[in-house]
Design a protein around this ligand. Structure first.
Ligand code: PXP
Length: 246
């Protein structure tokens, strides 16, 4: 099977930094260490309210990274202008609501097809690989395909949350949906990524889907880094992904 890429999301290094408003811990240092530990890419979400990653972090990441930056952003004019200025390897469009704690659902592509098609066209012309973060839902996948996205990232939150809460029938059902929808997306020619809420306990079945080419994982890894250190935390995730793939 093809190599499964690991994108390490460093947002929550910035969350800890911003809790004190200083310069420690430095998300750029985390990104460099993640690269050295086997991350194939770095993911960072510049939120409208700048609650974690800042504009300067994105600037710094573009300068120091040797692996691709996956720039997560909402589909707004402000973010589009920032993406066009930096031209990161990939742009992942995510829904964003100010009041939410994290990205709670996938993007509603089906209802906003025209608007999103116009939104992503200049990003694609600038050479960014455009990915859309969506629920494992047929209508959303087909709409993502129609608007010209090259990549979809399937939201694994419902699968991971139900697993964490011990609702194993629900998590098995969510996993089955993710499996089926990965196959559908792949058959349409979309590259399939997945992420949100993944842990050592939930990564294996997702990593085993042959259609999935990249996982983006953040919160759990940054949390594990408190206990293990960032490098061993990433190495263990990498080991589980490779074992699932073998
Ligand atoms: N992928 C996308 C599109 C996301 O928005 C997030 C969270 O910012 C992640 C992956 C990573 O999720 P987590 O931090 O729960 O691993």
């Amino acid at each position: 099977m093809t190599h499964l890429r690991l994108g390490v999301n460093i947002d929550h290094v910035a969350t800890v930094r911003n809790a004190r408003g200083g310069i420690y811990p430095d998300p750029l240092r985390a990104a460099r260490l993640a690269q050295e530990s086997g991350a194939d890419g770095i993911t960072a979400h510049l939120r409208e309210d700048r609650r974690h990653i800042s504009d300067a972090d994105i600037e710094g990441l573009m300068q120091v990274l040797t692996v691709p930056l996956n720039f997560e952003m909402a589909a707004t004019d402000e973010m589009q202008a920032i993406a066009l200025r930096h031209k990161p390897h990939a742009v992942c469009l995510v829904p964003e609501k100010r009041e939410e704690r994290t990205t709670e659902g996938g993007l509603e592509v089906a209802r906003e097809e025209n608007k999103l098609a116009h939104f992503i066209a200049p990003l694609r012309e600038a050479g960014c690989r455009v990915s859309i973060f969506i629920a494992a839902d047929r209508a959303q996948i087909e709409a993502a395909h129609r608007i010209g996205a090259e990549v979809i990232e399937l939201h694994t939150g419902a699968y991971c949350d139900s697993f964490a809460e011990g609702r194993f029938e629900d998590s098995a059902r969510e996993l089955e949906r993710l499996r089926e929808m990965s196959g559908l997306a792949d058959s349409l020619g979309l590259e399939v990524h997945a992420g949100h809420g993944l842990t050592y306990d939930t990564v294996t079945p997702i990593a085993a889907f042959p259609e999935v080419k990249e996982l983006n994982i953040g919160h759990f890894l940054i949390g594990e880094a408190i206990f293990l250190g960032l490098k061993p935390a990433i190495i263990e995730m990498r080991r589980l992904m490779d074992a699932a793939r073998a």
